[in-house]
Design a protein around this ligand. Structure first.
Ligand code: PSU
Ligand code: MN
Length: 307
């Protein structure tokens, strides 16, 4: 399966892709930059287990020693988790330079989609995507994740987006670029830590089969874009909106006061929110990733039955 001279697809993943069996891609920025050690490694390994229990093969994606990897060993996951923020956060603009230097890179939603697509993987599960930041009308801080969703045909299952972003502008941007935003069992865009945001999604779909059918149709129509599935955090793990919204407001104000900008913004906000909420946001974050992994694996099974 080495279609690309820079790409290493793990043997189990390559065999599953070749046989049309269900595979789910996973990102590594969430490991290196999104959670502290050792919870990051424990979570990443547990997510892989959940994907297997639900009938699919997991493919955690990263750049290691300049190689694009689709499918990591447990040792490689442990390495990325221990190195943490020492690993470069790799978005589309970073990829070629990191590969040519033989460097490591933690893949964001953007680069995970790119590498998943190269490896023939159609579905990817994560926690939250990047989007249009608050104040983007002057800072122009818009995540490359939105561009990638417009240009790479991979379904991304997430728990919505955090209100560290301007959710209304994020939805407008996705509409302009032709990316459908699906609510799984909901008409309302979930806001990551909470099930509600006050914004509607484009369509509600209620089963993995319906999700698979919609994405299969998009591929059949020759669309090059992805599809965004937003899956609300399970009720029992969702946070008190007042508590989390206050933490987000304070984190955004702190980032502004410290002049944080560019690729440092999202990791700074995530760490600050965790600090302010005393770790309870981390528990919610872990649970919603598990929930997304389950849905992505079931959808991958439904998609594989259709293909
Ligand atoms: N949002 C989260 N958790 C995350 C990220 C975003 O709630 O871990 C990570 C993802 O890897 C996402 C990236 O692709 O941050 C977006 O970064 P930026 O805003 O710099 O594009
Ligand atoms: Mn940005």
């Amino acid at each position: 399966m080495n279609l690309n001279k820079y790409l290493d697809v793990a043997p189990e993943v390559a065999a599953a892709v070749a046989a049309g069996k269900p595979v789910v891609a996973l990102e590594s920025t969430i490991i290196s930059h999104g959670m502290p050690y050792p919870q990051n490694v424990e979570t990443a390994l547990k997510v892989e287990e959940i994907i297997r229990e639900n009938g699919a093969v997991p493919a955690t994606i990263a750049i290691i020693g300049g190689r694009l990897k689709a499918g990591l060993t447990h040792e490689e996951i442990e390495y990325l988790g221990k190195e943490g923020t020492k690993v470069n956060k790799a978005s589309r603009r970073d990829l070629a330079v990191l590969v040519s230097k033989g460097a490591d890179g933690a893949t964001t939603v953007t680069t995970t989609m790119i590498i998943a697509h190269m490896a023939g993987i159609q579905i990817f599960a994560t926690g939250g995507i990047g989007g249009v930041h608050r104040g983007a009308e002057t800072t122009m801080d818009i995540s490359a994740d939105l561009e990638e969703l417009a240009n790479t045909p991979v379904m991304v299952v997430c728990a919505g987006a955090k209100s560290i972003l301007d959710l209304g502008l994020t939805l407008e941007y996705l509409e302009t670029h032709g990316v459908p935003v699906i609510g799984y069992g909901t008409k309302e865009l979930p806001a990551f830590y909470t099930r509600k945001s006050g914004f509607g999604v484009d369509y509600q779909l209620d089963t993995p089969e319906e999700l698979a059918s919609a994405f299969r149709t998009s591929l059949d129509l020759g669309f090059r874009s992805g599809m965004l599935v937003t899956n609300p955090i399970p009720e029992e793990y969702s946070m008190d909106p007042a508590v989390i919204n206050k933490a987000i407001e304070d984190a955004v104000a702190e980032a502004k006061a410290q002049g944080i900008h560019g690729k440092a913004t999202t990791p700074f906000l995530l760490a600050k929110i965790k600090e302010i909420t005393g770790g309870s946001s981390l528990d919610s974050n872990i649970q919603l990733v598990f929930n997304n992994a389950r849905l992505a694996a079931r959808t991958a099974c439904a998609l594989s039955a259709l293909n």
